[in-house]
Design a protein around this ligand. Structure first.
Ligand code: MLT
Ligand code: MN
Ligand code: ZN
Length: 304
């Protein structure tokens, strides 16, 4: 089983189009040693030519162009993307669906009923796509019930509910419920090796700990270094935790959480453009490495 990181940045990407914060400006001007990243998405395959997309980033076109495996060229119009799984209805995880509208078949989309509700109301992408390729919806239960995707053989997906909120545009933003945000265990059913993928993780609850214990690859929320990073950088007021993201540094931070799972390769993903760990030779990156943790980059591939 192959897991490929298509995009490793949080919403906005890195550098963000309108941002001149320390890291965005440093990357753009090459003053800092920092590598650009597209917005959060991964792809999973067992045969290397058929892929399940986990989230559809606004940068999907660029991601496909830089990933020849996703364009196998077996017929006049072709794609390696067999299906799309959506972990939530966030803009940075679903907008790429609009870019797939030329699909020759109805797009198979796996998501919870809550996410479908958002994508047929507050941000009615499913309705819009009916005027193009159409959507075949497969319901994913937020209770750990595993599912498989035809064409992605010997891979089992095990989604579970995370405590968080629906996106700002959602009609049920103020009334969170299981299914608004999912974590995902991706299992090779031949070897039983599995990965945990959770790009938005605000609270470490028992199902998350259970998944972390089993995993040989933990790909988790690397949004911010400190809880107050947005205000420190002068670009916002919200705390990371208010946005459903656990900061990395200090007591109770993600690095401390990850220290309990040395059996796994531990990789931070969904990195916000304000995060100082983006600087390859900075002290925060050194602290991440000293904790035995890696920082995801677009194009990374993991074999499980
Ligand atoms: C988040 O995870 O908080 C998002 O990246 C926000 C967004 O898409 O604007
Ligand atoms: Mn996001
Ligand atoms: Zn920035």
């Amino acid at each position: 089983m192959k897991i490929r990181i298509l995009g490793s940045a949080a919403g906005g990407g890195f550098p963000q189009w309108n941002c001149n914060c320390e890291t965005c400006d440093g990357c753009r001007s090459t003053r800092l040693n920092a590598i650009a990243r597209t917005q959060s998405s991964i792809a999973v395959s067992s045969n290397g030519s058929d892929w399940a997309l986990i989230n559809a980033s606004p940068d999907i076109r660029q991601q496909i162009l830089s990933t020849p495996d996703l364009q196998p060229n077996r017929s006049l119009r072709d794609t390696g993307i067999k299906a799309v799984f959506l972990m939530d209805a966030q803009i940075d995880h679903v907008t790429g669906l609009l870019m797939l509208r030329e699909s020759r078949v109805r797009l198979p989309i796996y998501c919870s009923a809550r996410v479908k509700a958002d994508l047929t109301s507050g941000f009615p992408i499913f309705n819009i796509l009916e005027h193009y390729c159409g959507v075949d919806w497969f319901e994913v239960k937020p209770d750990g019930t595993p599912f498989t995707v035809p064409g992605i053989d010997a891979v089992q997906f095990e989604p579970f509910a995370l405590t968080s909120k629906a996106p700002p545009y959602s009609p049920h933003r103020a009334a969170p419920a299981p299914g608004d945000n999912l974590g995902l265990v991706i299992r090779n059913t031949v070897t039983q090796a599995c990965a945990l993928y959770a790009p938005g993780l605000g609270v470490i609850e028992p199902p998350v700990e259970r998944a972390m214990r089993q995993a040989s690859l933990i790909l988790v929320d690397g949004t911010t270094w400190t809880d107050d990073e947005m205000s420190r950088r002068g670009v916002g007021k919200k705390l990371a935790r208010e946005m459903g993201h656990l900061y990395q540094s200090g007591p109770g931070g993600m690095l401390e959480v990850l220290a309990a799972y040395p059996q796994a390769r531990r990789v931070l993903i969904h990195i916000n453009n304000t995060n100082p760990i983006l600087v390859e030779d900075g002290p925060e990156r050194a602290a991440v490495h000293a904790a035995g943790v890696e920082v995801a980059q677009d194009g990374m591939v993991f074999e499980l």
